[in-house]
Structures are given as C-alpha cells and as structure tokens.
Write a protein that binds this ligand. Structure first.
Ligand SMILES: CC(C)(COP(=O)(O)OP(=O)(O)OC[C@H]1O[C@@H](n2cnc3c(N)ncnc32)[C@H](O)[C@@H]1OP(=O)(O)O)[C@@H](O)C(=O)NCCC(=O)NCCS
Length: 199
C-alpha cells in the first residue's frame, strides 16, 4: 500500500461522512445485513480488478494503475493459489462487489508479526457503515485459522483511514528513530477478532 501513496506523492482526498453514507444506504434499500463477505475466486478477477481501479482512484486521487494492470496482477495472484494468501470480497445483493481485502504472510524483518493486511478497500459510498470492521474480522479469523496470531500493514502516515486502524486497537509501528511512516500492527489477533464481529 505505502509505495502506491509515495509514488503519487499528493494529498489524499477527503473521506465521505458516516451520516451521508447511512442516508445513501437507506435510499438504496440496503442494510448492513444486505452484504455477504466471501472468499474471492478466479471468476471474480474482472470485478475485483474494476473495483481496485475505482477504489484506488477514490482513495489516492489521480488515475492510478489501469484495469489491464490490475487484471493481470489479480490473475497472477489467483494463479498462485497456494493457500498462503487470501482475498475476501464484499458482495451486494445484486452481485456487485463493493469491497475487498487481501492477506499475505509477512516475511519481513519485524519479528513480532506473521501476517500482513496487504490491501483493504471499500467503495466510497460504502465506507463508515461498519463493513470495514466486518471485513477485517474475516481477515483476523482467517489468519488465526492458519495459526498466524499477529498482523501488520504498511500504509501512509497521512491517510484518514488510519483512524480506522487505531479505533480497532492497532499500534503505530515506529522506526528506530521514533518516526511514524504509516505502519500499524496488531500483536494479538484474538483481540482484533473480539472487536470485529463478522455478522
Ligand atoms: C479503511 C476502510 C476499509 C475502513 O472501513 P469502514 O467500513 O469505512 O470503517 P468502519 O465503518 O468499520 O469504521 C470502524 C471505526 O473506525 C473509525 N473510522 C473509520 N474510518 C474513519 C475515518 N475516515 N475517520 C475517522 N474514524 C474512522 C471509526 O471509529 C469507526 O467507528 P464509528 O463509525 O462507529 O465511529 C474504508 O474506509 C476504506 O476503504 N477506505 C479507503 C481505502 C483505504 O484508505 N484503505 C487503506 C489503505 S490502502
């Protein structure tokens, strides 16, 4: 996630308000219970790639990577379905995908962390409705089912979504000199699981 922000090097767009999105949800006749979270499959690749393009632009501004690039990346990922990584998608009643998250093993040099939240994106109009918490609850449970007890992510220090991680008890990961560059970690995924009901 972080390199994408740094490459763009610009201010991040403002996020929608919770009240506005609640109102849109009710106008569409949807409720929290209208959404299904499930594993993404190779058949979802075109929809995930489209969603990735749109959510990336909404989050970071600019054009971002094209549909063709995202489709290629997701096809490569699903071609290596070795059980080491996973992807959850959020589906509306009409079958459209409105959010996704990807988890991978963490193999970097921070010894306290074993899983990585590699991506998490919801369409703007579905943010602030509790769906992100539900989605991350699925991620925590999947890692725990793989005997992975901890998780980190590499984000961007200026992202308003950092309040989401902090609300869910993540700790800021600081450099040796005490600087914060957008990394967050949960040392105990059981506590994250407890905060994030999946129903
Ligand atoms: C980050 C993201 C996945 C969070 O999902 P969400 O459904 O919006 O978050 P939730 O509604 O579950 O929020 C849970 C809590 O986190 C906090 N929170 C979440 N987003 C926040 C924001 N923008 N500002 C302040 N607090 C926020 C709140 O405390 C919230 O609880 P509350 O609404 O009862 O006050 C979603 O907002 C998103 O897709 N953002 C854009 C993409 C992005 O930045 N991804 C991460 C880096 S790539």
């Amino acid at each position: 996630m972080a390199e994408e922000y740094h490459r763009l090097g610009r201010s991040l767009p403002a996020r929608p308000s919770k009240a506005a999105n609640r109102s849109l949800l009710s106008k569409r006749g949807e409720t929290r219970a209208s959404f299904v979270i499930r594993d993404g499959t190779p058949e979802d690749v075109p929809a995930i790639a489209r969603l990735h393009v749109v959510t990336f632009r909404q989050t970071h501004g600019g054009r971002g990577p094209t549909y063709e690039i995202r489709e290629w990346q997701w096809r490569q990922a699903f071609a290596n379905a070795d059980g080491n990584w996973f992807c959850f998608v959020i589906e509306r009643q009409n079958g459209d995908l409105i959010g996704f998250a990807k988890g991978i093993p963490y193999t970097g040099d921070l010894p306290d962390f074993a899983g990585e939240l590699n991506k998490i994106y919801l369409l703007r109009e579905y943010q602030r409705l509790g769906l992100g918490s539900r989605l991350i609850g699925y991620v925590a449970r999947r890692f725990l089912s793989q005997c992975i007890q901890s998780m980190l992510l590499f984000g961007e220090a200026r992202n308003p979504s950092n309040r989401f991680y902090e609300a869910l008890g993540a700790e800021r990961l600081l450099t040796d000199s005490g600087e914060f560059h957008g990394g967050y970690g949960w040392r105990d995924l059981r506590s994250l699981e407890a905060r994030c009901p999946i129903e």
